[in-house]
Design a protein around this ligand. Sequence first.
Ligand code: ATP
Length: 508
Amino acid sequence: MTTPSDSQRMEKIVSLCKRRGFIFQSSEIYGGLNGLWDYGPLGVELKRNLKNYWWRVMVHERDDVVGMDGSILMNRAIWKASGHEDTFTDPMIDCRTCKARLRADQVIDKGKGKQCPNCGGTDLTAPRPFNLMLKTSIGPIKPRATTSTISTAPAAGLTGPSGPTGPSLDQSSTDTPWMITAGTAGLPADASATGPEDETALAYLRPETAQAIFVQFKNVLDVSRKKLPFGIAQIGKAFRNEINPRNFTFRSREFEQMELEYFCRPEDGMKLLEYWKEERLKFYENIGIPTRHLHVLTVPDEERAFYSKGTYDIEYDFPFGLQELEGVAYRTDYDLSQHQKASGKSLEYFDEETKQKFIPHVVEPSAGVDRTVLALICEAYSEDEAPDEKGKMETRIVLRFHPRMAPVKCAVFPLLKNKEQLVAKAKEVVDLLRPHMFVFYDESGAIGRRYRRQDEIGTPFCVTVDFETFGEKDSALRDTVTLRERDSMKQERVAIKDLATTLISRLR
Ligand code: ATP
């Protein structure tokens, strides 16, 4: 259950994210757009560190996984074959009193019959399925019905039947046989005034990255010459028209997924499901989310996709409750079989040893980038007490990120900004470290303030160049700097020549 302190904690996290440039509301100056978020200078670093680490352990450090990067827009037939067009739905209930549209699972019966959580109304519709896929149109669609002038030329790279150098879109030719619209690129200024959408132009923004992997299975298999079991990994954007985006970035309409499709022999499926669940738990431990804050839910038979023989949800204890971070699902041979059937192209695997052909089964660990970023921030957020400049204790906000995830790895300060010698040396240290890690240089304000600013964004190490660096009192300290660790606030002297290796060993 969420307690008041949990919601206060969440409020503090959201405000820190904005104040320090992790996450902003999308389109903020226009009032925002529900369920969409932008990552600021620190958020983008955190997100990249997460994705890079996932890629490192899931692809680079393994012999049995290769990567790919599929397109977001794909042939609509894929979504028909995968079942998304018909079944990727959430049951929705409308409140006739306040007109809210609600996910059926949010309308709870508190003993007096079902009530709208917004207005308490009881005049509700029966649940109806609502497809979560976002639509767009590509290629030729019907001409405009009206005759106003269109000055917009076709977007670069988009071609109609006449090719890229086709006729310019001058509306004097009202019978122009084609017009380009694309939901994500080069939308003509008044495309909304075009005629009704042609069914053939309909495309979806992918709701998951996995299908691109399934439909490229054969190509990737041919070029990589892998033997079963082997996997194909991908990181990319996915879109869902979530009816009720909520809990900050947790449920968004645009998000990123990190997915692995691990193909195997049918008899190995259940074993590999266990294997991948354990591997993924280790992953979270290695990025600073301890297993004790995770919960593995065995998805009950009645809630599992009908084709899945076993699914685990890895849940994290967010301040707003225990919620899914990642699903690990044994999807059997469902997806490949569906695409083989619908495309008429063989997606079978030929086993050299047994000379048998069969459709491989697949185990899928599917994690959300944005949800994991949010979990990293929630896990890292802490407040403790530390002395201020005058030795008085004050509250310190610290993001205790695992060094491997921290956006900035090391901050470098000259003790005083008006001492040329200190500033020059500090900049030398920055140049020394920059090829190895993301470094931040800061010379403004008292040193204690500078430490606090770094603590608040989770920088694990700060380096200060002071007068000792020049051996003013003790020649043994010449060419050394103060290295301060974020969590313990302990300081040590390190030789500048050893600084890069010392830090690298603590960051990996
Ligand atoms: P949920 O039940 O929370 O809607 P799901 O079971 O539909 O999630 P999957 O289809 O298994 O999610 O997608 C895999 C992962 O993608 C999820 O574990 C989650 O991390 C991420 N994900 C799915 N939907 C969203 C969303 N709307 N916003 C952010 N991340 C999402």
